[in-house]
Design a protein around this ligand. Structure first.
Ligand code: NDP
Length: 326
């Protein structure tokens, strides 16, 4: 299989060396570059050998230096989203690929199922009762009477929908385009699409799960106007991106009783600062952007697959459409 001469690892927010063993195994003949060694090559303009940039919040300056060389053929996001990459700086001819992975899907399905059940079955209260050695039953509402809405019916949203349907929940989903011929397991899914059907979708979400990609259109999606269209006391789960949520609006909606609870995994500023009001409200459950992960070996394998296709003159299968932003 074709292998890049050099691969650069770019991030301003995390140490990328956890990826190196998997990339060494996948690309034994390639030079892997990060940190000071990478910066020195970029500064010296000696980066024509760098054919792949593996990115998580890549520094804009490094990415733009790389695009000025002759070598770059693939920008590989290590995540399902590409919102962390400033794609404006990239030439249109450079494909940007995202990760689509079943283990990432299973992780998200598990997290979302847990978050739905945790509130819908009052598991938070049982944890408190157990700490007091109290044998106390809370009300039980059958899943068939609880409506879960999933905004974003892509790879991850559909996986969650399938699991929730299998547990007997009433599940509805909302996407940009109409969904026809849904795969097996989604027969009971009620689908809505576009702005025209958004209000109708929202009006039937006792729990709303945000699994949208972050784009110009979806930024600030979870605002007060949206929250007021949900049934009173709804549970909001945000596993998309922090910038989907207007944070101050959630506090207002909680104060009004319009939102009953929120489970939030992503935030505008991560880590969430210790003084942030979200930590103080027991109706808000904060998790530190852990809804799911992808095995580094899968990321390396998908990079290899994408690079081989590009080398062979074929389109990369998971290249994002930069025009629509996901
Ligand atoms: P996909 O690209 O497969 O699916 C995106 C879905 O969102 C599609 O159904 C799409 O509609 C819909 N959508 C996009 N824009 C709009 C819009 N303007 N209005 C209505 N619907 C819209 O993405 P994935 O399922 O793979 O991932 C979704 C997101 O989940 C990622 O982008 C990332 O932000 C987040 N994520 C979070 C993680 C975490 O740990 N918290 C981990 C992994 C991902 P259509 O079907 O019509 O194209």
């Amino acid at each position: 299989a074709a292998a890049p001469r050099s691969i650069a690892f770019l991030s301003k927010s995390i140490a990328m060396d956890f990826l190196l063993p998997a990339y060494q195994a996948q690309f034994p003949g390639s030079r892997l570059l990060l940190g000071a060694e990478l910066q020195a090559l970029l500064d010296a303009g000696q980066h024509d050998d760098i054919e792949v940039a593996v990115c998580w919040h890549p520094p804009a300056a490094q990415l733009s230096q790389l695009t000025q060389g002759a070598g770059l053929q693939l920008v590989q996001s290590i995540a399902a989203g590409i919102d962390h990459i400033d794609t404006q700086a990239l030439p249109a001819s450079t494909p940007v690929c995202r990760i689509v992975d079943s283990t990432m899907g299973y992780g998200m399905t598990a997290f979302v199922s847990w978050a739905v059940i945790h509130r819908q079955r009052h598991m938070d209260r049982y944890v408190a009762h157990a700490a007091q050695r109290q044998w106390r039953e809370e009300s039980i509402v059958a899943p068939s009477r609880h409506r879960v809405g999933i905004a974003g019916l892509g790879t991850l949203g559909q996986g969650c929908a399938k699991a929730l349907l299998a547990m007997g929940y009433q599940v509805r989903g909302w996407s940009r385009s109409a969904k026809q011929d849904l795969p097996a397991g989604l027969e009971g899914l009620q689908t809505f699409h576009g702005q025209a059907q958004k209000a109708e979708f929202l009006s039937g979400c006792d729990t709303l799960v945000c699994l949208l990609p972050l784009t110009d259109e979806t930024q600030g999606f979870l605002d007060l106007a949206l929250m007021r269209q949900l049934p009173r006391g709804a549970h909001l789960i945000n596993v998309g991106r922090g910038a989907h949520l207007v944070e101050a609006d959630l506090l207002t909606a909680l104060a009004e009783g319009q939102i009953g609870a929120a489970t939030l995994d992503t935030f505008s500023a991560e880590p969430l600062p210790a003084e942030h009001p979200f930590w103080q409200d027991e109706r808000i459950l904060v998790t530190p952007h852990i809804a799911t992960r992808t095995d580094p070996r899968v990321i390396a394998r998908q990079t290899a697959h994408n690079f081989s296709r590009i080398r062979a003159g074929q389109a990369a299968e998971v290249a994002v459409d930069l025009g629509r932003g996901y």
